[in-house]
Design a protein around this ligand. Structure first.
Ligand SMILES: O=C(O)CCC(=O)N[C@@H](C(=O)O)c1ccccc1
Length: 368
């Protein structure tokens, strides 16, 4: 397969409602899409970087810059024969995992479309549908929170994740438990908002029988998470800290986490995501697929990944309507709390041309 070039396409999609986390509130998504053009097929990669470096150090403008100046020229020099050669070609450049992930994914999608192979089969999926959780932002009131959770449970979501931060943690968790009972699968996500001094506060969540507490401490504080794991009964799950299979191995060995949230964009792509899945399975560590408010393109690939055997916890693979009134692809629709794994070649979905044209804000062609 010969790569002719990469199209960088920025699209802007409004969210159906503001989404508030411990690091800010989002009202729309400014997404960078990559389209890999080869002599045999084209492929799509969605970059999960946000507008600003608040979830991680990457942000959309920086991704476009590093692709334009370093990563795409490196591919021109190395002429990777297939997607497995992309990461080695990009290895000299430090970090920028979200940029690398989008590039590898676009090339992997093109390769698989040319071969007529679904991404799910390529990765080792064993399910044809996956159970779906939903992420609930920080709200202005407990009443609004309970109405929102009620709506999602009515839609069929099988697991609720509450965003928390200091001042919005015990009370919303208690309110959800009191209103919906102990059987609802419930977890919380702090996005690094707490410190080691908050151990007793986080331990106060133990009576609520949560599935996990996600990323309570700073992404670099692995030892802090290990100390916390010894004081808090609820399993600690890491997200921002797990940037690679090596990072996962170290965190598990140090006892910093008992569960891992795998996000392909955070770790450099779906091939590294599979390596993390395999490593966690070898250690008996459950994994689930995180989300970054992806359009249907990234959502399709995440659902394929979530169908691997080690993904034993519902992920943030919600329906398109959780975030978008109109998705970029045919919408993902919840069916009895599950999403069907795409069966077409590659990621198995395509942008709807009229939607893509409408939401595109810029196009840039990077020839090889
Ligand atoms: O369902 C989704 O796609 C979003 C799930 C979610 O809560 N993502 C969080 C996270 O920290 O995991 C996030 C939100 C906004 C930006 C980055 C990350």
């Amino acid at each position: 397969m010969k790569l002719a070039g990469i199209e960088l396409r920025r699209v802007r999609m409004p969210l159906v409602a503001p989404f508030r986390t411990s690091f800010g509130t989002q009202t729309d998504r400014d997404v960078l899409l990559l389209r890999a053009v080869t002599d045999e097929a084209e492929g799509w990669g969605e970059c999960v970087a946000m507008d600003d470096p608040l979830y991680s150090s990457e942000y959309v403008e920086a991704v476009a810059d590093v692709l334009r100046r370093f990563l795409v020229p490196a591919l021109a020099a190395h002429a990777p024969a297939d997607a497995t050669a992309v990461a080695p070609a990009l290895h000299p450049f430090k970090g920028h995992r979200m940029a690398k992930a989008a590039l590898e994914t676009a090339i992997l999608d093109a390769e698989l479309r040319a071969a007529g192979r679904p991404l799910s089969r390529e990765l080792g999926a064993v399910h044809d549908r996956v159970p779906c959780g939903v992420s609930v932002g920080i709200m202005d009131s407990r009443a609004k929170l309970l109405d929102t959770v009620d709506g999602y449970l009515s839609e069929g979501y099988v697991r609720i994740k509450l965003k928390i931060e200091p001042g919005w943690d015990l009370a919303p968790v208690r309110a959800v438990r009191e209103r919906f009972g102990d059987d609802v699968l419930l977890q919380v996500d702090a996005n690094t908002a707490y410190t080691r001094a908050d151990a007793d506060l986080l331990a106060a969540l133990d009576p609520f029988d949560l599935l996990l507490i996600e990323q309570p401490l700073d992404e670099e504080d692995i030892v802090g998470h290990a100390d916390l794991s010894a004081r808090v009964r609820t399993p600690i799950c890491l997200d921002e800290s797990i940037t690679s299979a090596r990072a996962a191995a170290d965190a598990i060995r140090l006892g910093a986490c008992r569960i891992v949230n795998i996000k392909p964009g955070r770790v450099g792509g779906y091939l590294e995501a599979r390596r993390i899945h395999d490593l966690c399975a070898a250690h008996g560590v459950p994994v689930w697929c995180g989300g970054m408010l992806e359009t249907g393109l990234g959502r399709a690939a995440n659902v394929a990944l979530a169908a691997l055997p080690g993904f034993t916890l519902p992920g943030d693979t919600s329906a398109s309507s959780r975030y978008f009134r109109t998705d970029l692809t045919e919408p993902f629709v919840l069916d009895e709390g599950h999403l069907a794994v795409p069966t077409g070649p590659g990621i198995g979905v395509d942008p709807l041309p009229e939607v893509l044209a409408e939401i595109t804000t810029s196009i840039e062609w990077l020839p090889l």
